[in-house]
Structure formats: C-alpha cells, structure tokens
Design a protein around this ligand. Structure first.
Ligand code: MG
Length: 447
C-alpha cells in the first residue's frame, strides 16, 4: 500500500510516482503560485533518483505561470533558503523529502525570506486545491529559466563571512563527514577547503540510493563512528539527505545524539557576546532542557515555540534572536539564513572546538546529562485529543505548564510534552529527565 501523501507546514511528501504523482506536484505548485504570486523563484533539489523528473514538472508549471526561474541544481535545503534572500527572489521550492528514504520525494515551499510558508498560507494552498481556485497558466512566453551553478559557493562564502576561520585553519582539527550521498556532498568539500580543514568525506558521492539510514540518528552512524576512529579524527559530522540537520560523533566514534548540536552552538555563540544577558534565543517546546541550562548560564532569554521549523524561524526573525533551532540537529543562524543549516552548524562547532581546545566528549561533559523518551499513542480520531490532553492537565495539575501547543508539564528536573500530530491520528508524548526511567515514569502516569 502506498504511503499517504502528507502536506503541512513542513511541505509536501509522498512516494514518487505513487502518492506523489505529476498531477499532485502540479497542483501544489499552482497553489503556491496562487498564494505567493512570485515573479522570481529559486529552485533546487537533493540527490534522489526521482529529482530530475520532478524538477522538470515543477519548471513546466512555473513557466506556465510566467515566472523567472533560477535553477540552482543539487543543493542543500538551507542553500535554497539562503539563495532566496541573497538573490532577492519572491519565493523558492526545494525538491526533497528531507530525511525520508530514497523512494520518497516532495516539495518544500519558502517565501521571499527563505521561511517555510506559515499556517495561513498552507491552509490557503489547501483551500485553493480543494476548491479548484488555482491560477490559470498560459504565460509561458513571459517566463525565463536560468541555470546557476555557484549557489553552494555563495552559501559557503556567507558562512565564512561570519566565522573566525583563522582559528579553525590553525587548529589542525581532523574531521570526517557523512552526508549520506545527499545534497551535502556538494557543499561539504567547499566548506572544508575554505575552513582549511583536512576532511575525510564518506558516502561523499551524490547518490540516489542513500547508503545508510537517512536520519542522522545514532543507530545510522556506526560507519561514521568507525571512520572517525580509523582516521584518528576529532569529530564526525552526519547530515540528512537535504543537509538541514547535523549530528555529531565524538573522537571515540560515539554518536552523542542530535540534541547536543544546537546546545553546543548556542552555548558557544552566547559565550562570544560581550553582554549576552537578555539576548533572545529560540527553540521548540520539545527540544532538550540543555537549552534552558545554556540560557540560564548566560542570562539569555529562551523562547519556546510550537513544533516546526517555521515557528522557530519566525520567532528568531521577530525577536532578532542571536541563534536558535531544533533539537533534531537543526541550527538556525540568522546572519546566514532562516533555515536549519548543517554548514553553519559544522562551522560553529569547529570554531568552538578550536577556541576551547576541548574534545567533543569534553564538551558533552560541560552540560547536564538528560535522557529523552518518545512515545506515540494511536487514536481513532482527532476528536479524542482534548480528552487526552485534559487528562495530562488533571494528573499534573500542581505543576507548571505551557499550553502553547498541546500540554507541556515542567518539572524541576525535566518535562513532559503531549501534543497531537499535525498529519496523523496520533498523540505524541515526549519526556526528558535525569534518567530514562524518570522520563518514562512521567509518561506512564498519564497513559
Ligand atoms: Mg532534512
């Protein structure tokens, strides 16, 4: 059975040629045009086998609407987002299914700031598709298609403008990178060359069939861990296929978990400020409590948003935050762009290592240790959600709570977050505590 098509604030996703048909792609592009009315559109893709065909379908639709299209080729999603602002485009589309397996593909839609479309824009797209109020084409003769092959260089150059690259160049740090044969294969060598780092890149050829599990989770990073040990490297970097997420492997070959990426980058960036007190940083409700510890250490103000890159990125833009992102290895550094950016992440981590002289395992030891437990409960319909959330509120009625999205219960040494999925009939329960047992116990009490 074909996996169902998903469309929401993180874009469109389905199995190419099955749920994700040409017709589906066309309709979504039409709806995007209807909502943003863009004249100039940036287009990029990851390395999936279905990418070239879907690119053709997207270009055909954009031409039909008379758009000026700048096709930047195989690039990371944050590169599409960066180039949108850099080139003054009105919007952009990344052809990618992010961390999903190779048979999937999809479209990520961005506005002129490189931000994911917001909830209102996404629901307007859905309304237009349902009601058939899609803009008419027929403007092909007005359209213009340009191929641009310097997007990866331009993105790296922007990162270099904000990094203390001299300290990295002089560090002698050894690095292994695993871009899983995805879009990171294009910019990783450029970034490492510019940073003066002698890097080994495994799974470094663009691949339609990703050579390891696509999410940069510890269970998928064993080969990277082995390579770090074999090469005597100081750090291993793992990306997902569209290179927005970044996970770290320490000098002993151990995958330390994605939550550390943003915590380290935030801690270091705050430590570089003359007066970090009161500075804004942002993350979502389900990201590790390490972010609270980092904020408290520097007197910074941590904003917690609803789940979804769009919410975090908007908070960063609105509050002029220093840095932010998601616990899944998504670092957003607004001087570079408003997208989760593994290249910004790698550069900040390397600068942190170079200036502190600390190994990754030593950086881990600078932060309190927590364990996160994640569970989901299937429900027959979304109508059941209020009763489930009410039960959480009742059980923990004496605790501090945040109801920005679902219910988050805050304890002295951890938290429990219950929320409905945006796309499936499930309720997610995430908990973080000093031990797995404690985190599990908080969840068990409401199930
Ligand atoms: Mg991704």
């Amino acid at each position: 059975m074909a996996a169902a098509l998903k469309f929401g604030i993180s874009g469109l996703r389905g199995i190419a040629g099955e749920s994700l048909t040409d017709d589906v792609v066309q309709k979504h592009v039409d709806a995007f045009i209807g909502v943003l009315e863009p004249k100039k559109v940036i287009l990029g893709r990851d390395t999936r086998g279905s990418g070239p065909h879907i690119r053709e379908v997207v270009i055909e639709r954009l031409r039909e609407h008379g758009c000026e299209i700048i096709d930047i080729g195989i690039v990371a999603t944050p590169t599409v987002q960066f180039m949108t602002r850099h080139m003054g485009a009105d919007g952009s589309i990344a052809v990618t299914a992010s961390h999903n397996p190779p048979e999937y593909n999809g479209l990520k839609f961005f506005d002129s700031q490189g931000l994911y479309l917001n909830e209102m824009q996404v629901s307007e797209m859905k309304d237009r598709m349902e009601q058939g109020t899609l803009p008419e084409g027929g403007k092909k003769e007005d359209s213009l298609l340009t191929q641009l092959d310097v997007a990866n260089e331009a993105h790296v150059e922007r990162v270099m403008n904000h990094i203390d690259f001299k300290v990295i160049q002089n560090s002698g740090l050894k690095v292994v990178i695993d871009p899983v044969g995805g879009a990171g294969t294009m910019a990783d060598p450029i970034l490492m060359r510019e940073l003066g780092i002698d890097a080994t890149i495994i799974h470094g050829e663009p691949s339609a069939e990703f050579p390891r599990g696509t999410e940069p989770l510890p269970e998928n990073l064993k080969i990277l861990g082995e390579a770090v040990k074999k090469h005597g490297a100081d750090v291993g970097f793992a990306q997902d296929p569209d290179a927005d997420r970044l996970a770290l492997v320490d000098e002993n070959g151990n995958a330390i978990g994605e939550e550390y990426t943003l915590a380290f980058c935030t801690d270091y960036m705050l430590s570089k400020q003359d007066n970090p007190k009161g500075m804004e940083i942002a993350t979502n409700l389900s990201t590790s409590r390490m972010m609270d510890d980092v904020a408290n250490k520097h007197g910074a103000n941590l904003i917690r948003t609803k789940i979804g890159e769009m919410h975090v990125a908007n908070a960063i833009m609105e509050t002029d935050a220093l840095i932010g992102g998601e616990g899944n290895g998504g670092v957003i550094w607004p001087v570079v762009g408003f997208g989760r950016d593994s290249f910004a992440g790698m550069s900040i981590i390397l600068e942190y290592m170079a200036t502190s002289g600390k190994k990754i395992s030593e950086l881990v030891a600078t932060l309190p240790k927590y364990e996160i437990v994640r569970t989901k409960v299937e429900i027959a319909s979304l109508n059941e959600v209020p009763a489930i959330l009410d039960r959480v509120k009742e059980v923990y009625k004496d605790q501090e709570m945040d109801t920005t999205e679902g219910v988050k219960v805050i304890f002295d040494n951890g938290w429990l977050h219950a929320r409905a999925s945006n796309t499936e009939p499930i309720v997610r329960f995430f908990a973080e505590g000093p031990t797995r047992e404690q985190a599990q116990a908080w969840i068990d009490k409401v199930l």
